[in-house]
Design a protein around this ligand. Structure first.
Ligand SMILES: NC(=O)c1ccc[n+]([C@@H]2O[C@H](COP(=O)([O-])OP(=O)(O)OC[C@H]3O[C@@H](n4cnc5c(N)ncnc54)[C@H](OP(=O)(O)O)[C@@H]3O)[C@@H](O)[C@H]2O)c1
Length: 382
């Protein structure tokens, strides 16, 4: 029997690169039978991936996530797609769902195909400075429908590209008889294992801020992030892939999906002031702080929203407020019930701040927010 091929985006990215690497290197019997078609935007990336991973993968050059026609045509050839490149490009995400639906036309006895989406926790944040603060709110993926309903309501008020995309994928999949899951991802940390970008965003950004200014910042006392190591996040996708491929009903009864399909791959939670405290501890311990022109004590200052938006989120106030001021606590239990066992817990989290400084010192941080949100002209983070 020919091996099943699954389609992946983001192979040059932090999450997608790590996922592809772990898939190709997995010794799991189900995963070993798979081949991976990866959509990449350059010839160079295609050549590098094929040289490293041989015939387990096929790189397909594509114009990108805004070419709906190409995506629909391509997606029609697959039963399982992991769109983990960018969570911000609605037109592309919708086209994947439409393509899957097209591929299913006339195949009434075949199980419905799946799309695994990526999204992020800023979708769920309150607006503590310009709107109503909800400092005690904790979202639960066991009550995913409530999360979906709230996101739909918010979209009607203030669309936010990453949330628009998440809602669109789940809603359209429901309408067209496709199965969709969206991993609403918290802060991702740790070194990735892909061939291209291996770094996250949030710890590098906050560490850079700390080193540049000599202090941390706060917009509120309640801003927080849940967190997950990039390898564990990749493994949560692999778990879903296995559950889909290994069960007779292709995972439909086990995996909550579509309007119930917003799942949280979360492991721990930290206030942002705790994250800055760890940045400061690492920088002071390494002797990088204090400097002559920086505070002699470890300090986390109140800083105006506009200043943070200008410095970190390209002037976008809502993104700064949601990302760096918002409460977005997420309790994830569904993936663990499905069998996900994250390996990186408190120890890895604490170590990451030291590792981040080493990475900075070794010049492994030519980072930008642009590629994380895609080329939509807007910048954002998680
Ligand atoms: N990183 C985090 O801490 C974090 C936290 C929460 C949620 N997320 C979610 O995870 C997503 C992926 O994050 P990441 O850190 O893996 O990002 P990344 O390292 O910047 O990778 C982005 C990937 O998406 C591809 N891509 C971007 N725009 C594209 C476009 N217009 N057309 C085709 N491909 C495009 C990039 O391909 P090229 O190499 O061709 O540009 C790259 O492979 C984010 O968009 C966000 O929704 C991330």
């Amino acid at each position: 029997m020919a091996s099943e091929r699954i389609l992946l985006t983001g192979a040059t990215g932090y999450v997608g690169g790590t996922l592809l690497d772990r898939l190709v290197k997995s010794h799991d019997a189900t995963i070993l039978k798979l081949k991976f078609d990866v959509l990449v935007r350059t010839k160079e990336a295609a050549a590098k991936l094929e040289a490293a991973y041989g015939d387990r993968i096929k790189a397909i050059q594509w114009p990108g996530l805004t070419d709906a026609e190409f995506i629909e045509k391509t997606a029609a050839n697959y039963n399982l797609i992991a769109n983990v490149g960018s969570g911000f490009i609605e037109v592309g995400a919708r086209a994947f769902v439409k393509g899957l639906a097209k591929g299913k036309e006339g195949k009434h006895d075949a199980p419905a195909p799946w799309i695994l989406n990526i999204s992020g926790c800023t979708n769920l944040a309150d607006k503590p400075l310009t709107g109503t603060p909800y400092p005690d709110r904790v979202w639960e993926d066991a009550k995913s429908r409530e999360v979906y309903d709230w996101e739909v309501e918010q979209e009607a008020l203030t669309p936010y590209p990453q949330r628009s995309t998440e809602v669109a994928v789940l809603t359209l999949a429901d309408e067209l008889g496709i199965n969709a899951v969206s991993l609403n991802t918290p802060l991702i940390f740790g070194e990735g294992s892909g061939l291209f970008n291996r770094q996250g965003i949030i710890i590098p950004v906050l560490m850079r801020y700390t080193l540049m200014h000599g202090f941390g910042f706060k917009l509120t006392e309640t801003a927080n992030f849940d967190w997950v190591h990039v390898e564990d996040l990749a493994d949560s996708y692999i778990l879903l892939i296995k559950r889909i491929l290994e069960s007779e009903d292709r995972g439909v009864s086990a995996i909550p999906h579509n309007k119930d399909g917003i799942l949280f791959p979360t492991v721990g939670r930290a206030l942002q002031i705790e994250i800055f405290q760890r940045c400061l501890d690492a920088a002071f311990e390494a002797g990088l702080l204090p400097r002559e022109d920086t505070p002699k004590e470890k300090e986390i200052r109140n800083v105006p929203l506009q200043e943070i938006a200008d410095e970190i989120t390209a002037g976008l106030l809502d993104m700064a407020e949601q990302g760096w001021g918002g409460n977005k606590a997420q309790t994830g239990t569904v993936l663990k019930k499905l069998g996900w066992v994250p390996k990186h817990t408190q120890e890895s989290w604490a170590q990451d701040f030291k590792d981040e400084l080493i990475a900075l010192k070794e010049g492994r941080r030519p980072w930008t927010l642009d590629s994380c949100i895609g080329d939509t002209g807007k910048k954002a983070e998680a």
